[in-house]
Design a protein around this ligand. Sequence first.
Ligand SMILES: *Cc1c(COP(=O)(O)O)cnc(C)c1O
Length: 431
Amino acid sequence: MKLENSLDFAKSLDNIDPLKNCREEFIFPKHNNKEVIYFTGNSLGLQPKRTRSYINEVLSDWGNLGVEGHFTANRPWWDYHERFSKQLAKVVGAKPSEITVMNTLTVNLHLLMVSFYRPTKKRFKIICEEKAFPSDQYLIASQVRFHGLNPKDTIVELKKRKGEHNFRTEDILNTIESVGEECALVLVGGVNYYTGQVFDIKTITSVAKSIGAYVGWDLAHAVGNIELKLHEWDVDFASWCSYKYMNSGPGSASGCFINEKYHGLTDIPRFEGWWGHSKEDRFLMGSNFIPEPNANAWQVSNAPIFSLAPYLSSLQIFDEIGMPKIIEKRNLIVKYLEFILNNVAANTQSNFEIITPLKSKERGTQLSVFLHGYGRKIFDYLMSNGVFVDWREPNVIRLAPVPLYVSYVDIYNFGKVLQSGINSLKGISKN
Ligand SMILES: *Cc1c(COP(=O)(O)O)cnc(C)c1O
């Protein structure tokens, strides 16, 4: 398809967009009474309109039923967390029994590391990517110290080559193989939060398993964004937050995948609580822990219904549309964004550097761009003109044209705002 930088062309893409009605499912912030152009769904997804009714339902049930709501609410609370498994399993490519929803992401990775990071004298190292999301760095270093080890001798960081913005799979695999039997765990982000690079989860998992390590993935930027086949790829565990591409609201509950190989074990190290106990006799209040025969065994506390309800509501949208359609639109809209960026760069004689891989296999919804020469001023200009983008030091702008609710006309309009912003900055610097 030949792309064009024109309003008519953008409109024509919207007209044939199979997801065009999906935008109506979401509430957009307004700027000067107009819906903003929202490119920050990789940070906090927009609120689905249907979410309010899910929360209101819990409020009404609680008001009307009190404690009885645990069993008689419209969606009873005692097993509310089980309602995610079938639909989330489709989003991440798992068996329903391998899915559970609980706590928040960093907490879950800590809990999962109790089971899957079990250093011995010989096998104790953790491989992660350099400059991982800060929470993951703190998580890993503190786990290492918790086991009485020194992070410096224990954490092996995957590195990019000098002058390159992305990791090369061959380098990742070489590092894994060279750490070899000293490696206890490989724990990497499935999509790099800064560059938007999509890792080859399948290949990395398989090589890490071949050296006898456990493999876990932080899927914060991957879930709802890229195709995942966690079960088929033989991943040991994974976790993700739900408030980015999955639109479940600030700090809402996190999802976990735990490979079925580890279900039903009573001797696996695990931090346990009553919500992980076999549901049939959970309320008999016995003193022996009998694990649920699935990923729910990792549950700890009474499920946080007000954090689950928005996730359950937004998950319905994914279930109705399905990941293949989302990915199909994602590929085209990201390509259109790239095209518009290149157009604006040419029109303004600017030097934009897209640091996200150009191959569609290696990128998802996000483009990260160095807008060389314009710095934070262009970010401020965009924000004050109704374009929500994300700024990361030193001077990267991250743009996520989320296929569920961003239109092609949004992309076109973004290009116009960006171009006039650059022109006005140039005008200012001339004075
Ligand atoms: C967003 C994000 C987190 C956030 O963790 P929370 O515990 O939900 O605050 C962690 N890791 C990565 C890679 C992220 O992108």
